[in-house]
Design a protein around this ligand. Structure first.
Ligand code: FMN
Length: 215
């Protein structure tokens, strides 16, 4: 039984959720939710039982261009796992950004039974790259139609990125996560008291600290 009505008022505010965790959901082959973990339920402000039996598009954010989901479904129907950066809508109309790893579930005979989405938080720099692209795709979709948006997306990936969207997303996420982790390490070192600092530095390459005479 369908019980959820998505919010009509959109609030331009990120929801707080535990970004160390993984948001998981499973669907049937039509995208109907069969399973939602507690992290998912809490991030989108529903409870797991409410989510069961609902179409996954109940958390679709209006800032997401249609072509992003078309590419997802084309990949899954072609038997390919997929990755996408997604902005999701919460019950209160707020949002959260994630990278989703989509995989295909099969029974023992190899028949597709459904799909699983596992999501991680993304560094801000990933959002800064993807958000303007999605905005352009959405504007094209609204003004020139869905097909025009799809053709622009294909051309953008070919001319500007030189790889498939799936590869683009994986590489962007990996690159920005490494950068963010390095920055966090540097900050930890800056804040550490002198004795801690010397212990920390012993495990690191002196070259990066510009010191000439390490003992
Ligand atoms: C396993 C799985 C997980 C999905 N997760 C999301 C999601 O987190 N957010 C979302 O907007 N759509 C998600 N979708 C895609 C939706 O099914 C749907 O295609 C999308 O929300 C666009 O809605 P529409 O097809 O009605 O335009 C998921 C689909 C699958 C198969």
């Amino acid at each position: 039984m369908k019980t959820i009505t998505p919010p009509t008022i959109i609030i331009d505010e990120e929801i707080q959720w535990d970004k160390t965790k993984t948001i998981v959901s499973k669907t049937d082959t039509y995208g109907t939710i069969l399973y939602a973990n507690d992290v998912f339920a809490s991030a989108c402000e529903y409870n797991p039982i409410e989510l069961i039996g609902e179409p996954h598009n109940i958390i679709r954010h209006p800032d997401m261009p249609k072509v992003a989901f078309k590419a997802l479904w084309d990949a899954l129907k072609n038997g390919q796992n997929y990755h996408a950066i997604v902005k999701n809508l919460t019950r209160s109309g707020r949002y959260y950004w994630v990278i989703t790893d989509f995989t295909i579930d099969k029974d023992e005979n190899g028949n597709v039974t459904g799909y699983t989405g596992r999501r991680k938080a993304v560094p801000d720099a990933v959002i800064k790259t993807i958000e303007p692209l999605y905005k352009t795709l959405l504007d094209i979709e609204k003004i020139k139609g869905e097909k025009a948006s799809e053709l622009y997306f294909e051309a953008y990936l070919k001319e500007e990125v030189g790889k498939s969207y799936d590869e683009f997303v994986i590489d962007l996420f990996a690159k920005e996560t490494v950068k963010e982790n390095n920055l966090k390490k540097e900050k930890t070192i800056e804040k550490a008291p002198k004795e801690e600092l010397s212990k920390l530095k012993k495990g690191l390459n002196w070259f990066f600290f510009g010191e000439t005479n390490p003992q």
